[in-house]
Ligand binder design. Structure first.
Ligand code: GLP
Length: 264
């Protein structure tokens, strides 16, 4: 894992946006794996800004989102499809038919999960998968105890996740307890993975992911198996890492090497 520690959440978003910009300039028809939650919003705003400034185009890109609530239609304001339209898709030049979010209203969710995998494969696989992390270490909606080689499937949410995400729902509003999520195996198949975490509330999960054992108890720890996983943290999210200075040292060395190679 490459651990990148940035001074604040804005710098985390900037670093993440640079990863997308670099990929799209090299490969305009890249396949992007996207995420919801509050963490990626700042990154999406930067991508929108770069698109508006004419620096970036998504016209040839394809996207696949990680997950969706089961039982919500795409028009539902709490659905992840709606979130993506509002936060990104409606504000950039990506072709609507190139955007994919698991169908929360599928009549046959099991078949829909299988189809989602088939579509990712048909698109040539994901080039860059963006991730946040839940306080319990979940990625997508792969909750603790998820199979480390799991594929897209229906998952039951933990009470902790339902509680954490309750802030997006108004009182008395139906909040789903089930989801469709890419599996951990699906995420590990992406050619590059970019996980962003900000704020002290994520510090324990980050520590378990980076320095804990590889374990289904912390689904994000599966990224230890990935050949190209970049974890971008602000100071608060990194604050519980034991080897903080070592990670900073490696990153400084990486930057020097890139400078020497003329790639920074
Ligand atoms: C949700 C999403 C995850 C996301 C997590 C953290 O449960 N399914 O993909 O990473 O929340 O969200 P936030 O960034 O709001 O902390």
């Amino acid at each position: 894992m490459q651990i990148v520690i940035q001074p604040n959440a804005d710098a985390v978003a900037e670093y993440g946006a640079d990863q997308f910009s670099r990929l799209l300039s090299k490969k305009p028809d890249a396949v992007l794996g996207l995420a919801t939650g509050s963490t990626p919003v700042a990154l999406y705003q930067k991508l929108i800004g770069r698109y508006q400034a004419g620096e970036l185009s998504f016209a040839k890109a394809t996207s696949f989102n990680l997950d969706e609530y089961l039982g919500l239609s795409p028009e539902h304001p709490q659905s992840y499809r709606y979130f993506m339209q509002q936060q990104l898709f409606d504000l950039i030049d990506i072709a609507p038919e190139h955007t994919h979010v698991p169908p929360g209203n599928a009549a046959d969710p099991i078949t829909a999960c299988h189809d989602y995998e088939t579509r990712i494969e048909a698109a040539g696989g994901i080039d860059l998968q963006l991730l946040g992390i839940g306080r319990n270490g979940h990625i997508g909606f792969n909750e603790p105890s998820s199979g480390l080689r799991s594929r897209t499937r229906v998952k039951t949410l933990t009470q902790a996740t339902i509680h954490d995400n309750a802030r997006f729902f108004t009182e008395g509003e139906y909040q789903p307890h089930l989801s469709i999520t890419m599996g951990i195996g699906t995420i590990l198949d992406a050619r590059k993975v970019l996980l962003l975490a900000t704020g002290e509330a994520k510090a324990d999960a980050v520590k378990a992911m980076v320095e804990g054992p590889l374990s289904a108890a912390c689904p994000a720890s599966a990224l230890q198996l990935h050949q190209h996983a970049v974890v971008v943290l602000d100071e608060a999210a990194a604050s519980k890492l034991a080897d903080l200075e070592f990670y900073r040292h490696i990153e400084r060395e990486n930057q020097l090497l890139l400078q020497r190679l003329g790639k920074s």
